[in-house]
Design a binder for this molecule. Structure first.
Ligand code: ADP
Ligand code: MG
Length: 453
């Protein structure tokens, strides 16, 4: 027995003995003081019980049995008073624990997390009501069994989640996983699951506590962001490619078209080098008219190439005449009838929007020629305050979807880009066999000239 314990027993014996003699208030107060001191010295409740028991043996047993009830009652009162400091401290500890648990619950529920508490030895598991709600169940619908949650984990993510848990339990690595679950109604949701195990001295986990968080929205945003980055990347790669193709086409036209014509012109003019023989007119008139014809052809070619690069008519005459001339050329080239309903004369198109709108109509018509097999197109440009509506509808064989999912449909993607640039949007309605209808809805506010105030 340690000296401290022996001293406690001796003090207790003396204190109780004095109290049994007089049962005074001071003696009673001494019990409380003894208890407080014992607790401060690190004594436990069992030590106190042992001291009490030893004191009873010494003080009560030898007395006549008739006195026993009084002595025992007084001793019990004394002992209870001795225990008061212990009880107070246990109550305080309980209150502190309750407050801390409450804070934890609050913090967790503020984060909308569902709690779980698992006993790895019995496999019992507690799910909080919010946990069950995240899984799509009400509180009494989902049994408190681990399997109930395991069953809901998407097979694609199961292995990874299981491995992460295993590595936490055996190597104490951080347990923080994201996986998909099927809710009660079969909907797929993303959750983040974190937890912390507790291990006994032998290193065996005996409890693990954690929470899950519904991160479906975050995952959806991430996915949308990823998709839009990917789309942008493809668009910019495509822009590069188109530029290269454009340069190659111009080089080819310059070489084939202008180059050949210039060679022919050079040959035709070489005749002028021969001296006049004095009999015929010099230079020969048909040689000259041939040369003039070639020069005219050259001028036409240069105009054609330039117009393809940038429709000058757009700057000179404006959007509507440029579109009219585009339609004329389109009809003539592809033999597709175009019915026009252009009622946008009151719109004062600003400079920036002209090329964008022109290219949209150009791409839409090119698509009709390339993909639709249509015999007729209706092209509308209408003022419908506060918008300008541009619609190209063909009677061709349509398409399965609106082209937004096509990996290589950069024409429509580019059109959407242009529409977005102008603060508007593109809507497509099509079905196999039912034609293709493309509508650009553009706010007048961004396509009209700013009115001088
Ligand atoms: N007028 C149309 N009629 C039928 N299908 C069309 C029409 N316009 C577009 N499409 C479909 O949409 C797809 C995407 O068009 P687009 O983005 O311009 O790419 P591209 O013209 O380079 O194929 C086309 O490949 C075609 O399948
Ligand atoms: Mg196209």
């Amino acid at each position: 027995m340690t000296t401290r314990l022996a001293a406690l027993r001796a003090e207790y014996l003396a204190g109780l003995s004095a109290y049994l003699e007089r049962e005074s208030e001071a003696g009673f107060a001494h019990a409380y003081e003894l208890g407080r001191q014992a607790m401060a010295d690190g004594m436990g409740l069992l030590d106190m019980v042992a001291a009490h028991r030893a004191a009873l043996d010494t003080l009560v047993l030898p007395c006549p049995p008739a006195e026993h009830p009084r002595l025992l009652e007084a001793s019990t009162a004394f002992f209870n008073e001795l225990l008061a400091p212990f009880e107070l401290s246990i109550n305080g500890y309980r209150a502190a624990l309750a407050a801390s648990e409450e804070r934890f619950e609050l913090a967790i529920s503020g984060a909308m997390a569902g709690l779980w508490d698992w006993n790895p030895q019995t496999d019992e598991m507690y799910f909080s009501p919010l946990f069950k709600r995240i899984m799509g169940y009400s509180d009494n619908e989902l049994p408190n069994e681990r399997q109930a949650h395991l069953n809901a984990i998407d097979p694609r993510d199961f292995e990874q989640a299981a491995q992460s848990l295993e590595s936490h339990l055996t190597h104490r690595r951080v347990f923080d996983v994201e996986y998909r679950i099927r809710t009660k109604l079969g909907e797929l949701r993303w959750v983040q699951c974190r937890g912390q195990a507790l291990w006994d001295e032998a290193g065996v986990p005996y409890r693990m506590v954690g929470w899950i968080l519904d991160i479906t929205d975050r995952k959806r945003d991430e996915e949308a962001l990823r998709a839009s980055r990917e789309e942008l990347r493809r668009l910019s790669a495509h822009v590069q490619q188109v530029r290269e193709e454009e340069k190659a086409r111009i080089a080819r036209e310059l070489h084939d078209d202008l180059g050949q014509q210039l060679t022919a012109l050079k040959m035709a003019t070489s005749i002028l080098e021969y001296p006049a023989d004095g009999e015929k007119r010099w230079p020969p008139p048909d040689a000259l008219s041939g040369i003039y014809g070639m020069i005219d052809e050259l001028v036409r070619s240069v105009r054609h190439i330039a117009a393809d690069l940038h429709p000058v008519i757009l700057d000179d005459l404006g959007l509507l005449p440029a579109i009219e001339s585009l339609i004329d050329e389109f009809s003539a080239r592809y033999r597709i009838r175009v019915i026009r309903r252009i009622e946008a004369g009151t719109i004062d198109f600003n400079r920036e929007c002209r090329i964008e709108m022109f290219r949209m109509v150009q791409e839409a018509l090119t698509n009709v020629a390339r993909h639709s097999g249509a015999s007729e197109v209706v092209l509308e440009m209408l003022r419908e305050d506060p918008h300008c509506i541009v619609r190209v509808v063909d009677n061709g064989h349509g398409a399965l979807h609106d082209g937004s999912k096509g990996r290589h449909s950069f024409g429509l993607l580019g059109m959407r880009e242009r529409a977005t640039l102008l603060g508007g949007e593109i809507r497509i309605v099509t079905q196999p066999g039912a034609g293709f209808s493309l509508t650009a809805i553009l706010p007048l506010a961004s396509i009209e000239m700013k009115k001088a105030r």
